[in-house]
Design a protein around this ligand. Structure first.
Ligand code: DAH
Length: 348
């Protein structure tokens, strides 16, 4: 029996093993009761004492080596097994990770409601540029540079803005600004469309203003314009009554107050009164709330866009989206809309 040869063979076979049952077979083969090593030990009894000692010592050494090899191999295989088990382990009882759901901004919600209400009344939706020319924002709306009404619109002018020639304007060029209202779209639309039509223009506006609870440098308006042969303020009132009823989901009183805007004549301010005040704090006061400016389109505008004289009339209005949202949701500070404060936004 060559122990050295036995050792090399056992080591070689062990190195190829990578599962438990193979390893167990190996163990039986090299360390089991019927292994050559065991038989070798048995055979020692027949030898003289000195020989027995010498060969017994060597055989013991080999057994120790093989036992160590077995143990190491076993650890190696088990470690590998538990590592893959950890990767593949799926605890189906573990609570899931809750995916927080996003939602629309309150201003988007209210804009959509208002737009839908007008769509039901047959209005088409158009949009205009946020960067506007001085001509469309002011001059075309009867607000020339020296007109005191310009002070009603604190304006953010664009620095170094190229003066753009405007063929429609008496003034030869026009500076650029961030539109202070959506009214410029009245003229832009009429320049390219013939009556009868009814449109609304939702959009963002900008004012050069100190901010406080009711003023922001950016806010949203929905402009409206309806032109036809016999359109009157009575038509306007009927439409607005329907629309606010739709938005506030209740009967709403509507009243007009005389007002002044250079591009309408006459001009009015529209107030509403909710039957049930949605605002907790002022439950019983039930006061009138201003929601928009409006009026009959000034004949100057029709003339400016080249409409046939004395044939058309119509109304226009500009409604504040933040204002409606504040009434509807009892919000007391306009700055909350753009604060990105999650505690505010999560309430919608
Ligand atoms: N553009 C006006 C503003 O921002 C609001 C307004 C008033 C719009 C009367 C209109 C209107 O169309 O007829 O203050």
């Amino acid at each position: 029996m060559n122990l050295e040869q036995l050792k090399r063979q056992a080591q070689k076979e062990a190195s190829l093993i990578n599962d438990v049952s193979e390893l167990e077979k190996w163990r039986v083969r090299y360390l089991g009761r019927k292994s050559s090593l065991s038989l070798f030990f048995d055979s020692l009894t027949k030898l003289p004492l000195s020989e027995k000692k010498r060969q017994g010592k060597e055989a013991n050494k080999l057994r120790q080596t093989l036992q160590e090899l077995y143990k190491n191999k076993k650890d190696e295989i088990e470690n590998k097994l538990s590592a893959t088990a950890a990767i593949n382990f799926l605890d189906i009882t573990q609570p899931g990770v809750k995916q927080s759901e996003g939602h629309l901004h309150p201003l988007t919600l209210v804009t959509r409601e208002i737009v839908t209400a007008f769509e039901k009344m047959g209005f088409a939706i158009v949009e205009g540029p946020e960067i506007e020319s001085e001509y469309y924002n002011f001059d075309a709306l009867n607000i020339p540079a020296d007109h005191p009404a310009r002070e009603m619109w604190d304006t953010l002018w664009l620095r170094n803005s190229h003066k753009i020639p405007n063929p429609k304007s008496q003034i030869s060029s026009s500076r650029l600004l961030l539109r202070t209202h959506t009214s410029p779209m009245q003229v832009r639309y009429m320049e390219t469309h013939q009556p009868p039509f009814r449109i609304i223009v939702p959009g963002r506006c900008f004012r050069y203003e100190a901010t406080d609870a009711s003023h922001e440098i950016q806010f949203h308006q929905i402009e409206g314009l309806m032109v036809g042969e016999n359109i009157s303020l009575a038509n306007f009132k009927a439409i607005i009554e329907e629309v606010v009823k739709d938005i506030f989901k209740q009967q709403v009183l509507v009243r007009f107050r005389p007002s002044y805007f250079p591009f309408v004549a006459p001009g009015v301010e529209v107030d509403i009164k909710l039957k049930q005040d949605t605002r907790h704090k002022k439950q019983d006061t039930n006061e009138w709330l201003e929601i928009m400016g409006a009026g009959m389109v000034h004949p100057d505008l029709f003339k400016r866009v080249g409409y046939e004289a004395n044939r058309w009339q119509g109304f226009a209005f500009g409604l504040g989206v933040e204002r409606i949202a504040m009434i509807k949701y009892q919000i007391n500070d306009i700055r909350l809309f753009f604060s990105s404060d999650i505690r505010f936004l999560e309430q919608f």
